[in-house]
Design a protein around this ligand. Structure first.
Ligand code: WTA
Length: 637
């Protein structure tokens, strides 16, 4: 069974009502009333949610908007996210509850109670301290999906250091650039990870990246695959060696942080230039991730929560690690490919561990759907209660398959719209919300959205426009690391007068107030739900000695949602052929990572540009899709 179309904008207004059994037990019974309150008494609403967490000292001000758009939340408050995600559970029945179930791709399994997780995190926090890691310093983490990844993140946060996790699928250039931007002195990595039965050689990539990164003094490597790797004297340490030393004591004080102290930076692709490191904080982010997770996924103590995203992306940060642990859930982590060794891998794990909520991307759903119903049908996956989707619009065909075949027609699908910048869900249903396949439904509590035209005027119901957020929320990124001006320019400049946040997506809101997100309107490409910038792909192409200029665009793809198509002008005297096309694809993959590998490389004599020299990607896209090229009056020639 193949999806017939990946068109996400198909209005499918069939309403799917959640089953009574779910509505009856839902954490929130009335959306409208709670929403109304969250808007009219924003600070009161967030204060009530914040009270559910543990604070060393209560805040003085819920929302400080004296320096817009640099909003601050819970100022005066003292908190540490790890105190909430781990420490406070230790005094409760959760001490011996499973915090994490992990399965490696080869089939090895590790489980950890909150007590055990605390030990590991505390030990590694002490190791980091012994390496001189201090409050405020940024540790770069580059790892496969193994337990040591969340452990390293939590260990940093525990001692007040910030982490910068670089997705394990990225390659040398992407890693080196992010290390340099973060000015990291310490890198935590692994010798490799398992993917489709093969070793991904992270340590070699890390070594190459470190050759380009003069700031790194210490590299700690987890032994996962046991293949031969190069370790440098004085710089490289094995994780297990350090963890067995007396310095790795299981007792470690959790650092008392200001609510607004930074927790992590996470690089994400933007419209132009280099990826930007978005900064999230201990206070607001703790409140926002836990509240959204608790209400949207209706989390209960007995739930087994599986967010199948990689911790290297925001989804993994907010909903694999922090939100669920703050809520005391049992989290699932899986190392490898969903179809290895067979396409039943996920369904097998859901059965084996009794997973109750699965949160994944439309790409993963479409990918697994292609193998047919027989794979999930071999397994008893009736433990599932709720399903979730994130990263790109979900097309109605995939929605229905997910709902009927995976959810047995009884699990509501929480389609959550949000961004690295927003920290957590912004538009999402609750388990009580009647669903329309393809719509993320309604704004979360405290979130006000609008869809506006070119002039910033709100469009009529059903009309397409640009998505804006009209008021601040606790999970919002506070700035771009080291570049506050860019933060203002990118997100706040366009609607400065109104004080609105520009999301960079197009959307429409229907007559029932349901939001339909259509996709990016800037030069960000969503490939398989992963966020990439045209600028990064182009700069990887131009770094090849035969390439003079390059342009990258997104074209629709059946499984990936979008695929990267590139247009290249070669240096004088060079000729483009099939062999060079393959070489350039590989070059991008080597520099950036396999997810950035272009679907196609076309050789051109010239690129459509404006008179000021900007590449008109929309013209390339219109030509490729055979549609109207639109206004060409600014075209150079
Ligand atoms: C897209 C991922 C439609 C959107 C959490 C957004 C979605 C970008 C959805 C952010 C959804 C995310 N429906 N589109 N449910 N969720 N997007 O920063 O274009 O990796 O702007 O954050 O993903 O991507 P990011």
């Amino acid at each position: 069974m193949t999806p017939k179309s990946i068109k996400s904008t198909t209005a499918d207004t069939n309403l799917f009502h959640p089953p009574k059994s779910i509505v009856r037990k839902a954490n929130i019974k009335d959306y409208d009333k709670t929403y109304e309150r969250s808007i009219t008494d924003r600070e009161g609403f967030w204060a009530d949610e914040a009270k559910k967490l543990k604070w060393y000292k209560k805040w003085k001000t819920v929302l400080d908007d004296t320096n817009k758009p640099f909003y601050k939340w819970f100022t005066g408050g003292k908190i540490n996210i790890v105190d909430n995600a781990i420490d406070r559970h230790l005094a409760t029945h959760r001490r011996n509850k499973l915090a994490m179930i992990w399965e490696g791709e080869p089939g090895d399994v590790k489980t950890m109670s909150y007590h055990a997780l605390n030990r590991e995190v505390s030990k590694f926090a002490n190791v980091l301290k012994s390496m001189g890691v201090r409050k405020g310093e940024i540790v770069t983490i580059y790892m496969p999906q193994i337990p040591e990844l969340p452990i390293a993140m939590l260990a940093c946060a525990k001692i007040g250091a910030m982490h910068s996790v670089v997705y394990g699928g990225f390659s040398t250039e992407a890693l080196a650039g992010r290390i340099a931007d973060a000015n990291s002195r310490v890198l935590v990595t692994a010798d490799g990870g398992w993917r489709r039965g093969k070793i991904t050689d992270l340590k070699s990539i890390a070594n190459e990246a470190m050759d380009r990164s003069p700031t790194i003094e210490v590299c700690i490597t987890v032994k996962r695959t046991e293949h031969e790797v190069h370790m440098e004297n004085d710089r490289d340490f094995w994780y297990h060696d350090l963890m067995s030393l007396p310095i790795a004591s299981p007792k470690c004080e959790t650092e008392v942080m200001d609510a607004e102290d930074p927790l992590f930076i996470l690089f994400t692709s933007g419209t132009t230039g280099k990826p930007k490191g978005l900064v999230h904080t201990h206070g607001g982010y703790s409140v926002y991730t836990s509240t959204t997770h608790r209400y949207v996924f209706d989390i209960k103590d007995e739930d087994r929560w599986w967010c199948a995203a990689d911790p290297g992306w925001i989804t993994g940060h907010s909903y694999l690690v922090y939100g669920p642990l703050i809520n005391g859930a049992t989290i699932m982590l899986y190392e490898g490919a969903p179809n290895h060794p067979y396409p039943n891998r996920w369904w097998n794990m859901i059965e084996k561990y009794g997973i109750t909520i699965l949160y994944t991307s439309p790409t993963a759903i479409r990918g697994l759907m292609r193998f047919g119903d027989q794979w999930p049908q071999r397994h008893d996956i009736s433990s599932l209660r709720l399903l979730g989707s994130v990263g790109e619009p979900i097309n109605p065909e995939a929605w229905r398959w997910y709902h009927e075949v995976i959810g047995d027609g009884k699990c509501p699908i929480m389609d959550t719209w949000w961004q690295t910048e927003t920290g957590g869900f912004m538009i999402a249903p609750l388990p009580i919300t009647p669903l329309k396949p393809g719509s993320a439904t309604k704004p979360f509590f405290g979130v006000e959205v609008g869809v506006v035209d070119e002039n910033g005027k709100e469009v009529a119901a059903g009309e397409e426009g640009k998505l804006v957020i009209k008021a601040p929320w606790p999970g919002m990124a506070r700035t771009i690391f080291g570049d506050p001006d860019r933060y203002v320019d990118t997100y706040w400049k366009e609607y400065e007068k109104q004080g609105w946040y520009k999301a960079g997506d197009s959307a429409r809101i229907d007559e029932d107030g349901y939001v339909w997100v259509i996709g990016r309107i800037d030069d960000v490409i969503k490939v398989s739900g992963y966020r990439l910038g045209t600028a990064e792909v182009e700069s990887a192409l131009v770094s090849h000695p035969m390439v003079s200029e390059a342009a990258a665009i997104a074209l629709p793809h059946e499984v990936k949602g979008n695929a990267i198509h590139t247009y290249v002008i070669l240096k004088a005297g060079e000729k483009g052929d099939k062999k060079l096309e393959e070489e350039l694809k590989k070059h991008v993959s080597d520099e950036m990572g396999p997810i950035a590998k272009p679907e196609a490389v076309h050789f051109l004599e010239s690129l459509p540009k404006t008179r000021s020299g900007k590449i008109m990607r929309r013209v390339l896209k219109a030509r490729a899709m055979g549609v109207d090229e639109g206004d060409l009056s600014t075209l150079e020639d």
